[in-house]
Each structure stands twice: as C-alpha cells, then as structure tokens.
Design a protein around this ligand. Structure first.
Ligand code: PEP
Length: 248
C-alpha cells in the first residue's frame, strides 16, 4: 500500500524571529512535491508565529516536545492540551536529545505519546540506538524496547509516525547507509506486524533521521521501508526543499 512520504524539519533550539521569517518564506515560495506531507518544528516560542507565516501553504507545524499533564505547577513546560488549544497539529516526542540531555525514559515518552494522541495530536515518535549499542549488535533490541514501551500505552497507531534516528548519526554528518537504515526500518515494520497487526504495519510511516542532506536523501528515499525523513541541521537551510523533493 502507498504510504504518503513524510518530511519533518526539526529546527531544535535555533533561529530568531528574523531568521525564521526567511526560512518560512523559502518554504512558501518553493515548489514542494505535492505528494509529500511536510511538517516543521520550530522552538516553542516561535510556534504560533511560524504557523501564521505558513498559513495557506502545505507545510504544517509541530512542537518539539510537550508535557503529558494538562496544566499545573510544571514550570517551564508546555502541555499537549495547550498545543491542541493553539491548533498545533504535531508534536515530536522521544527525540534522543530529550532522552539523553533531559533524562526522558521510554515510559515518559510513552506517557507523553498517549496524552498527545488523547488530545487528537499527531506524534513523531523518535527511537534509535547509540553507537555503543550498535557495536554490541543491540540495535533491533533497543528500538523494539522503545516501541514496546509506547505500545504498552498506545493502542491506535494511526496518528503516529515513527522516526528511526540512530543517535550516532544525529548532527554528526555520519549518515546511516541506505542498507543500514532499510535493515532497521524493515525490523520495525516486522515488529509492527507482529505486535499491532499486518494492516497497521503496512500503513505505519517509518521515517529516517540522522544527517540527512540533499546529497544522500535520494538513495535513502528509494528504500522500500523508508517513508520519509526527520531532518535537523539541513532543515535550517534551503536544501530542505531538495530533501522534501527527494523522490523527484
Ligand atoms: C534530528 O535532530 O532529528 C536530526 C536528525 O538531526 P540532523 O539531521 O542534524 O542529524
């Protein structure tokens, strides 16, 4: 079955109101493949401005994180309910920087995912192994453990895009080869078929993230189980348009 190709841009903690305006202008003026779903994730402070700048375009916005409680004494957090209230349709959860730098566990990520889905948001759920885990042949065990934690709390996967992001490839310029990425994507789809059923597995979009650039995206995009990309560094540059158009 045909899965709609998905390209997300994770702007991380970058940009100013001025540079963000230039980025959104590039996106609204570019010719983007009409068959691709495109989402960009600016920092929380810029979300509503970027959403307004992209209004009427095919590019949607995503938060980079959210808290699962609706409101209360959680200084510094933004809740999934607040995202819903502000009509932000997507949220990235479980990014490796959240897991490593901010101590988010598989259970935290699963709890946030369930809360976001309950509010009607769509989720880009990030998983992936460290270099040490890959070298110990633990890659599939690690991603399956991360996915099982989410599956413990989530039954309906129709609004989840799984982002396989090997930690060693994020921001390092060391992209996974298309064979390495395809192998893990196929293992994730097999997990989905076994755990969630064949139909869900066939519909589930599994995207790759980790040093994706204009020069490597075409080969990756040709792999049968790679349904798009989550792009960090290159999403801040005009080459993001080439990545969106990887299938052309
Ligand atoms: C990311 O942060 O999700 C990412 C994939 O970053 P980069 O493309 O810079 O490796």
């Amino acid at each position: 079955m045909a899965r709609t190709f998905f390209v997300g841009g994770n702007w991380k903690m970058n940009g100013s109101l001025e540079s963000t305006k230039q980025l959104t202008q590039t996106l609204t003026q570019a010719k983007l493949d009409s068959n691709v779903e495109v989402v960009v994730a600016p920092p929380a402070l810029h979300l509503l401005t970027v959403k307004e700048q992209l209004a009427g375009s095919k590019v949607a916005v995503s938060a980079q994180n959210a808290y699962h409680k609706a409101s209360g004494a959680f200084t510094g957090e933004v809740s999934v309910n607040m995202l819903k209230d502000a009509s932000i349709p997507w949220v990235i959860l479980g990014h490796s920087e959240r897991r490593t730098l901010f101590g988010e566990s598989d259970a935290n990520v699963a709890e946030k995912t369930a809360a976001a889905l309950a509010e009607g948001l769509s989720v880009i759920l990030c998983i992936g192994e460290t270099l040490e885990q890959r070298e110990a042949n633990e890659t599939v065990n690690v991603v399956v453990r991360q996915l099982n934690a989410a599956a413990d709390q989530v039954k309906d996967w129709s609004k989840i895009v799984v982002a396989y992001e090997p930690v060693w490839a994020i921001g390092t310029g060391k992209v996974a080869t298309s064979e390495q990425a395809q192998e893990v994507h196929a293992a994730i789809r097999k997990w989905a078929a076994d755990k969630l059923g064949k139909d869900t597995a066939e519909k589930l979009r599994i995207i790759y993230g980790g040093s994706v650039a204009a020069k490597n995206c075409k080969e990756l995009a040709q792999q049968p189980d790679i349904d798009g990309f989550l792009v960090g560094g290159a999403s801040l540059k005009p080459e993001f348009v080439d990545i969106v158009n990887a299938n052309n």
